[in-house]
Design a binder for this molecule. Structure first.
Ligand SMILES: [Zn+2]
Ligand SMILES: [Zn+2]
Length: 407
């Protein structure tokens, strides 16, 4: 993959004694959270393992980040529209003023705590991705094996320092070993968001079903690829943007319907799209609706388009109140609603690995070609980071990557 160099990028700082112990990172500042937008590229002290002063470092590792994925959550942080409260509260608890962002990555283990090889089997040189939700391992859910809904989890890049940096310190228990002979590094970097789609598509049985994907953003595109592979009989996308509709078709949807774009909290469903979905299913309605947009109207489109006894899987997230249009229809139609958060540890990761490693299903090639455009305009080296370039890339592509180092 090639990366066009940005001509406006500031020159790399000379490697002086002062900068040698510092690493590049993208941060947001607590003090200017309310005023600004964007990420600040800066040099910060790299994380270290120091078991003498921090005994828990015995089960931690230092990972050198190779590629990191930029997702919608990061865009929300960039624009200061999401997670401000969580970031500021966690920084106050840590007595710090800047947060390193980023939570999707692939990297190389460069240092391990003394208990890591025996307890977790990781060694320096291993290529790993990571679960982004750092579960506590002690709470009620964790003890039941439901670590993805841990009551005391920390999310990297939000409530603890993240992966938009040359190095990150992580507990070995969240690492996911990755075979880069089978999964391209660029794809390995986005196993975390791909895992969201895997979790959504495995929440209910899709085999032989008519499946609607409401919202064909990045995770919706992944869901189209996965639903197809898992044996859905008919996959219909619902998406307001023309370019995304074309991508969703190429990703594996049989048909992608346009829908009126509404304000996030505007609840009224789009009667035209509901009618079209009923026409497409001989008047029956969808067996399964995957709500991937986090728009109130889309939730109501999903509920109104699903058949009696059908299933609605909710992944799209928005804080605040949503209204359910004709609430009684949920009961009268006997619908089942599910919600999906994160990835089941490590069941979803195992499933993700198998879907990506099996080149016969074409998913990896679709991610490389359709989503990452073979690296054309989708990979930005941290040394070339510049706000305008970064914003343009985020605007033009469903997924972009930051490169911190090569293998
Ligand atoms: Zn994400
Ligand atoms: Zn827990």
């Amino acid at each position: 993959m090639t990366t066009p160099k940005s001509s406006t990028a500031p020159a790399l700082e000379p490697d002086t004694t002062e900068t040698r112990d510092r690493m590049w990172a993208l941060v947001v500042d607590a003090t200017t959270w309310d005023q600004g937008r964007g990420f600040r590229r800066t040099r910060v002290a790299p994380p270290r393992l120091d078991e003498k002063s921090a005994p828990q470092d015995a089960v931690h590792v230092i990972v050198q980040v190779l590629y990191a994925g930029v997702c919608g959550t990061d865009r929300g942080i960039y624009e200061r529209t999401s997670l401000g409260e969580t970031i500021l509260r966690s920084l106050a608890e840590e007595g710090k003023s800047e947060r390193i962002v980023g939570h999707e990555l692939v990297g190389r283990v460069v240092e391990v705590g003394s208990d890591v090889p025996v307890e977790f089997g990781f060694r320096a040189g291993d290529i790993v991705s990571t679960e982004s939700h750092i579960f506590c391992g002690r709470c009620y859910q964790c003890r039941l094996g439901q670590q993805h809904i841990c009551s005391d989890d920390r999310i990297i890049g939000v409530s603890r320092d993240g992966g938009f940096a040359e190095y990150i310190k992580l507990p070995a228990r969240v690492l996911w070993s990755t075979n880069t002979e089978r999964i391209a590094l660029e794809v390995a970097a986005i196993q975390e968001p791909f895992g969201n789609a895997v979790h959504t598509c495995t929440r209910v049985d899709l085999r032989g079903k008519t499946v609607g994907i409401f919202g064909c953003g990045t995770i919706g595109l992944f869901a189209a690829m996965i639903a197809r592979t898992l044996g859905a009989a008919h996959v219909i996308g619902i998406e307001p943007e023309k370019e995304r509709r074309a991508l969703a078709r190429a990703a594996g949807a049989d048909l992608v319907l346009p829908v009126h774009r509404r304000e996030t909290r505007e609840p009224s469903p789009d009667p035209e799209v509901v009618r079209q979905l009923h026409d497409e299913t001989s008047g029956v309605g969808l067996d399964v609706a995957l709500e991937m947009s986090g728009f109130n109207s889309s939730l109501n489109n999903a509920i109104a388009s699903t058949r009696r006894g059908g299933e609605v899987v909710l992944f799209g997230l928005h804080s605040g109140d949503f209204t359910i249009h004709k609430y009684e229809s949920v009961i009268l139609k006997g619908l089942t609603l599910y919600s999906v958060i994160g990835r089941e540890l490590f069941r979803t990761w195992t499933f993700t690995q198998r879907l990506l490693e099996d080149r016969a299903n074409g998913i990896q090639d679709k991610i490389l070609g359709l989503v990452l455009q073979h690296g054309e305009g989708t990979i930005l080296d941290i040394r070339d980071f510049e706000a305008d370039t970064f914003e343009r890339m985020m605007r033009d592509h469903p997924k972009i990557l930051l490169r911190f180092a090569s293998l």
